[in-house]
Every structure is written in structure tokens, then in C-alpha cells.
Write a protein that binds this ligand. Structure first.
Ligand code: ADP
Ligand code: MG
Length: 488
């Protein structure tokens, strides 16, 4: 077909569902006491179970179940209080048992959804089809030896959950926003570090296209193992264009499994459906079904933290702050804890928020530390902010001098006394200020003339210079008033 006659891309829409693998942050593996520490020497974290020696039996790690339920609850799922493990049979060098223990037709969580906040401020609901538990496989290493492939089984048996979404995604931006949301959530729930670089969070993207307005789905291709949000977007954008080209050239999309080449930004076939594995799933006879009793489920429910979305909503309604500002607290539990600890000591709540997302954040960035490592205690910060709000201390002096001083005196709870002893407080005495103003005005005879002729803009110059002479220990508004008085 000649190029001009090709359908423009906007006549097709993308349809996608993700399978998101999340590595749970338990200390030990899902079916053994082997450590899950990342970065250990190859084959250091392995026992008879990870090695699949004959007779070695799996024993379920209870914490894994609890963490999966926490995610399920956060994603509005129904918890299958009875569920079981299956064997997914296939042969590969990094899978010594010859099967992966996973869940097939009775997963731990089903039928949930996630409310996705989109960039334009709107929100979109993405259905969660199911969440299932499984073990990770080992790792084959093909590039370290000329003649042999090497196998590292440290990862074998590390607990994973797989979150399978409904095909509700329509753009690559939605897909990466969804991943971002899942990452925030698993971190918030303390079930995973959500680290994509280390593979704790990775996904397969199922992608199809259909004419805009069509109600049936097209044939999907599944791009495997995407390990960054950027690559998810790139793989989807590439597939969208590729599939349109195939169809517009009169071809058909074959259901297939694809690799993504991150260097080239392209996909290539791994296998088509005809060659797809038949995993011959069956219930694993080595493991009893999981039964989550009502009492246990309630215990897990009661221990759930407030979720980021709820925190955002609450902060917006309680303090009248913007969505973006609320999100900063909702996404950072340490910051939220600090905020809550400071709250009882602060006079103006809004000030505390402004300080935490403004100057304090800058200080932390500078020091490359988190708020948890900050030596100024919540109560001390609140007292400092109160001094500023009461015009006893300038913000600049507070940030540049008082807070650093507090860091070296973490037991000093009387912040005002400390500021006093360091001579940082704004003086009540206006004589000194008068003197500074005289000096500054004398320095700028021409500007003073200009001001008197109506050029009010120079006032800022005077105030700034007086402030410098006062070493910041003055209230700008007060200086303003005094200068205006003088120039009347
Ligand atoms: P399988 O077990 O063969 O991978 P699933 O039912 O588990 O099949 O679906 C896998 C994923 O594919 C789900 O995330 C689902 O939303 C998505 N999906 C299903 N059909 C389509 C389609 N036509 N286009 C895009 N994604 C799809
Ligand atoms: Mg699949």
C-alpha cells in the first residue's frame, strides 16, 4: 500500500494489560530459610530446597502470604481465603526442580482495581484481574565464560507476587503511571523495595491495537521483562506503530511473545503461540492449601496503614494544600511521620507544611539525607518556625544559622534560648535599625531623590541593604515601615 493511503495512527487505539512482578522484601525465601539478600556471592544463599535436591521439601513462609494480602487489600481485591500452589512445569537450567511453584487457577487475590491519577488531573480506574504468589527462578549467566553458561541459584525461591491487570490501559503514559503507582504502593506497604534497577519490580506488557470505536480486542503480543518505566513506554510506543504497520499493509498480528531490545528500542519475537509451552499445571502435592482464617485476615486488615491516596485527600481537605504538595507527604512516610510529630508544637500548621516542602527539603537535598537522618527534631523545627512566624527571627537566619546550630545541640529543646544566646533574634530596639537606615539612605542619594519623585521600585534596594547590615536579624516589614516613615 502506498504510504499516503496508510491509516493515520489516531484511527487506532492501543490496548494493554500488564503483568507486574514484585519481589517481596522478606528476609528469607518463600519455601526455605535461605537468605534473600541482593548482591551476595553467586550460590551463597542456597540450601537443599533452592538446589532442589531429592527429598527436599518446601515449607511456606507465612510473611509472604501476609504481604500479598496487604497488597491485595490496598488494590481493592477480594482475598481468596482458600488458595493453593500449582506446579508450572518447564525445563531450564536455572530451574533445577523442573517446575516453578506458582498459583494458577486459585490465586490469593482477585477482582481489584487501582485508581490512577493522570497528568491532566483526571483519574482512571484500572482493573486488577488477579494477584498470585510464586517463587523466582535462578539466573543463567551466558557472558562470563567462553565455553560454559553459569548458573546462580541465589534468586531461586525468592518470593514474588504477580499483579495481572485487566486490559484497561490505553496509552503508554498510563502504563508507566500505573507502574509508578504500584511502586509507590508496595513501598508504602513495606512489602517490597520496588527497585526496578535491581529487578524487584519488572513487568510484561501485553499489547494489541484496534480501530477507534471497536468493541472487540485485537490479537495481543506480550513483551517480556521490561525493567524500567521508560522501557515500558518505549516498548509500547514501538509495538503500537509496528502493529499498525502490519495491519495497514494487509498483514495479521500473530499472538506471540516478544523481547525488547533496550539499545535499539525495538521488539523481536521469542516464540509464537503455536510454539508456546504447555506448562501442564497441577496442584503441588508437597504443599498444603493456604487457608487464611477470618481472625488472621482481620488482623492484617487492622494493621493496614493509611494509603497514599487517602493521605492526600485528608491533607488537601484538612490544610487546603494543592494536590502536588499533598502528594509529597503521601509518598514519603518518613516525611509524614516527621510532620505528624511536629504538628502538636506548631502554631501555624500551613507554615510547617511550607517549610517541610521548601527550605527543609532543600537542606536535606544538600546533605543528601532523608528526613529520618535529619538531626533537628520535629519539636525543635516547630519551635524555630514559630519564632519566624512571630517575627522574632528571620527565615534566612533560621535556615542558615539557627537550624545548623540545633543540629549540634540536639538535646536543646529551648530553641528560643539558643537563638538568644547566639544573638540571632530580631532586636526589639529600633535605634539600631534607624542607624542602619540612615547609613543606607546616605549611600544612595540619587535613588532617594528618584524615590521621592515617585520611583517606588528602589525601596527593595534600601530594605535589602538594611537587612544586610542587620545581619538578617530584622523584620523586613518593619524596615519597610521605618524607611517609608523616614522618606515621607
Ligand atoms: P495468559 O495467561 O495467557 O498470559 P491472561 O489472561 O493471564 O493470559 O492475560 C495476560 C494479560 O494480557 C492481562 O494483563 C490482560 O489484561 C492482557 N490482555 C488480554 N487480552 C489482551 C488484548 N487483546 N490486548 C492487550 N492486552 C490483553
Ligand atoms: Mg501472560
Amino acid at each position: 500500500m502506498p504510504l499516503q493511503q496508510r491509516s493515520p495512527q489516531h484511527q487506532y487505539e492501543l490496548v494493554s494489560g500488564l503483568e507486574i512482578h514484585v519481589q517481596l522484601n522478606t528476609n528469607t525465601k518463600i519455601f526455605s530459610a535461605d537468605s534473600t539478600t541482593f548482591g551476595a556471592q553467586p550460590n551463597q544463599n542456597i540450601s537443599t530446597v533452592s538446589l532442589a535436591l531429592p527429598g527436599a521439601l518446601p515449607k511456606l513462609n507465612k510473611e509472604v502470604v501476609e504481604k500479598a494480602v496487604r497488597i491485595g487489600l490496598a488494590l481493592n481485591c477480594t482475598i481468596n481465603q482458600t488458595n493453593h500452589f500449582d506446579r508450572k512445569n518447564y525445563f531450564y537450567a536455572d530451574l533445577p526442580k523442573g517446575y516453578q511453584i506458582t498459583q494458577d487457577n486459585q490465586p490469593i487475590c482477585i477482582n481489584g482495581f487501582l485508581e490512577l491519577a493522570l497528568a491532566d488531573g483526571s483519574s482512571k480506574r484500572i482493573g486488577i484481574n488477579r494477584i498470585h504468589l510464586e517463587e523466582d527462578a535462578g539466573k543463567s549467566i551466558h557472558d562470563q565464560d567462553d565455553r560454559f553458561s553459569l548458573v546462580d541459584l541465589n534468586r531461586a525461591g525468592v518470593p514474588l507476587i504477580e499483579i495481572v491487570t485487566e486490559p484497561d490501559i490505553r496509552t503508554s503514559e498510563e502504563a508507566s503511571a500505573l507502574l509508578n503507582e504500584v511502586r509507590k504502593l508496595v513501598r508504602h506497604l513495606n512489602v517490597s523495595d520496588g527497585n526496578m534497577e535491581e529487578g524487584s519490580l519488572r513487568c510484561d506488557a501485553n499489547i494489541s491495537i484496534r480501530p477507534v470505536g471497536a468493541s472487540e480486542f485485537g490479537t495481543r503480543c506480550e513483551v517480556k521483562n521490561l525493567n524500567s518505566m521508560r522501557n515500558v513506554r518505549r516498548a509500547m510506543d514501538f509495538e503500537f506503530t509496528r502493529q499498525i504497520e502490519v495491519i495497514d499493509n494487509g498483514g495479521t498480528i500473530l499472538q506471540s511473545t516478544l523481547n525488547f531490545d533496550a539499545d535499539k528500542g525495538t521488539t523481536s519475537p521469542m516464540r509464537t503461540k503455536e510454539e508456546a509451552n504447555d506448562y501442564r499445571y497441577f496442584a503441588d502435592p508437597d504443599l498444603q492449601p493456604i487457608y487464611i482464617a477470618d481472625d488472621w485476615l482481620n488482623e492484617i486488615k487492622n494493621a493496614m496503614p493509611v494509603l497514599p491516596n487517602q493521605i492526600s485527600k485528608q491533607m488537601i481537605s484538612e490544610f487546603g494544600i494543592t494536590n502536588a504538595d499533598a502528594a509529597i507527604f503521601a509518598e514519603d512516610l518518613e516525611l509524614l511521620n516527621y510532620f505528624n510529630s511536629a504538628l502538636p508544637f506548631i502554631n501555624v500548621k500551613k507554615s510547617l507544611i511550607n517549610w517541610l516542602i521548601g527550605p527543609i527539603r532543600a537542606v536535606l537535598n544538600d546533605k543528601a539525607i532523608t528526613i529520618k537522618q535529619y538531626l533537628v527534631k520535629p519539636q525543635q523545627l516547630a519551635a524555630t518556625i514559630n519564632l519566624v512566624d512571630n517575627k522574632k527571627l528571620s527565615q534566612k537566619v533560621a535556615v542558615q544559622q539557627l537550624l545548623p546550630a540545633i543540629e549540634t545541640q540536639t538535646e536543646q529543646n529551648d530553641v528560643a534560648a539558643l537563638a538568644q544566646s547566639l544573638n540571632l533574634l530580631i532586636s526589639e530596639n529600633t535605634d539600631e535599625l534607624d542607624e542602619f537606615i540612615e547609613t543606607v539612605l546616605a549611600n544612595y542619594p540619587q535613588q532617594v531623590e528618584a524615590f521621592k519623585k515617585g520611583k517606588k521600585g528602589v525601596l527593595g534596594l534600601f530594605v535589602g541593604d538594611v537587612m544586610k547590615l542587620a545581619k538578617g536579624k530584622a523584620d523586613a516589614k518593619k524596615i519597610n515601615e521605618l524607611i517609608l516613615e523616614k522618606l515621607k
